[in-house]
Design a protein around this ligand. Structure first.
Ligand code: PMP
Length: 441
């Protein structure tokens, strides 16, 4: 470590611990943060940045706002990819966690933990069908890995089906079910036994099952694809998967990591189609925007394999009492505030207005789709997708492209966003499109 590197770290931690920054300090902190990324994280992270300015360094989150080091206020329409259902720093969730922190931090892993039991109980009450048992982890990919193991245990089979453009995470197991060649190829061979079938094609699925259905442990599916581009299935698709998996004794695993917990206008997206899975995974909004927690849930039949050895899926950190207390409070708030209905109503209007924009700029917007506040705006090319995200950033709206379909811009604001603020997003979106049209003219 050189003297200047040591100096960098000391000064950066000093500034980052401050309550407030002057404009000069904000600039200095931004520069040091960029330098820290270059020196100690990965310089490649900076490639996607827009020029090394202080408004590319985050400082404060407040409800639907993300505020940068230099005080620029961004309307957060990315919502941490679905994490911030309640917005940033919801008071009640933080208070619940702080209360429990007064007596305990991480858990012993030997004594039993009351908040884990209470949280699992509330999840069982809220979740669709016969899902009853839960295990907690720290991220969606890890819970998906666990669900793959539970499916193998429960069925004694080793084949898993996932769909084109699916995203289930980046651990070796979850990546095996993710379908984007560019992020898989460098790591092959991945876990054997994964088959990709076309999304939303029930006939292809039925044909496959007619041949090899007896080998299939689980079918892993996002009820609405997120990273694939906010892709809605036809109404027959999920009920069809349910019917056919039952017919062949295969399990249906719904990955509701992104769609779950009110995002799409129902508590769980599966409820749009009345589908009851054998396994379900949750993450993102489960921690109320404050803590990292994910979960795998299963029916009693599926969980039987874990009765033989409950330690097949364990994790040191997740499910600590303050974390579970935060998640419990978040779920209670989702229910008390009827956040699903809020999402449905606001989403319907938002999509309607975006379609109006599409009518006015048909050469720029190919399609607007979504349910609740889980919205994708597909631009007419990948380059345009990236460009519009940049133009929105310039207009202080935070969005991103979907990972497996970069032409699509995702709009996933906190579900507590006001209609007034939605109006503001729409006018900035329109302004961005207008500037593109003028550029082309
Ligand atoms: N499943 C889905 C549907 C997701 O959208 C994501 C993340 N975007 C994951 C799994 C992975 O979750 P994590 O990043 O917490 O591992």
């Amino acid at each position: 470590m050189t003297a200047s590197q040591t100096e960098l770290i000391c000064r950066l931690r000093e500034l980052a611990f401050r309550r407030e920054l002057s404009p000069e300090e904000a600039r200095e902190m931004a520069e040091l943060t960029f330098a820290g990324y270059r020196e100690f994280l990965n310089p490649a992270f900076l490639r996607a940045k827009r020029g090394g300015t202080a408004h590319e360094v985050e400082w404060r989150g407040e409800g639907p706002w993300m505020i940068s080091a230099d005080g620029e206020r961004f309307i957060d329409c990315l919502g941490g990819y679905g994490v911030f259902a309640l917005g940033h720093r919801p008071k009640e969730v933080i208070a619940a966690m702080e209360q429990v922190f007064q007596r305990i931090g991480l858990y012993s892993q030997e004594l039993l933990n009351p908040f884990q039991a209470a949280l699992a109980g509330l999840l069982a009450e809220l979740s669709p069908g016969n899902l009853k048992y839960t295990y907690f982890h720290c991220g969606g990919a890890e819970s998906n890995d666990a669900a793959i193991k539970v499916a193998r245990l429960a069925t004694g089979r080793t084949l898993h089906i996932s769909f084109s453009r699916a995203f289930h995470g980046k651990t070796m197991g979850s990546l095996s079910a993710t379908n984007r060649p560019s992020i898989k190829r460098p790591f092959e061979p991945l876990v054997p036994g994964f088959v990709e079938l076309p999304w939303n094609d029930l006939e292809a699925f039925e044909r496959f099952m007619a041949g090899r259905g007896g080998e299939v442990a689980s079918v892993i599916v996002e009820p609405i694809q997120g990273e694939g581009g906010i892709n809605l299935p036809d109404d027959e698709f999920l009920p069809g998967l349910r019917r056919i998996t039952r017919q062949y004794g295969a399990l249906l695993h719904l990955d509701e990591v992104q769609t779950g917990l009110c995002r799409t206008g129902k508590f769980f997206a599966a409820q749009w189609w009345g589908v009851e899975p054998d396994l379900m995974t949750l993450g993102k909004a489960l921690g109320g925007g404050v803590v990292a927690i994910s979960a795998v849930m299963g029916t009693p039949e599926v969980w039987k394999g874990l009765e033989e050895n409950p330690y097949y899926i364990t994790n040191t950190f997740a499910g600590a009492q303050p974390v579970c207390a935060a998640a419990l409070r978040a779920l209670e708030l989702y229910r008390e505030m009827d956040l699903a209905e809020q999402s449905r109503e606001k989403g319907e209007k938002f999509v309607g207005e975006l379609r109006e924009l599409q009518n006015r700029f048909p050469h720029l917007i190919r399609e607007v789709r979504g349910k609740g506040l889980f919205i994708g705006v597909e631009m007419s090319s990948e380059a345009l997708g990236k460009k519009v995200a940049d133009l929105l950033f310039e207009r202080r709206v935070l969005t991103a492209n979907t990972m497996n379909n970069p032409a699509t811009i995702r709009i996933e604001p906190p579900l507590i966003i006001t209609e007034e603020l939605i109006g503001e997003v729409l006018s900035r979106f329109e302004d961005a499109l207008r500037s593109l049209s003028q550029e082309a003219a």
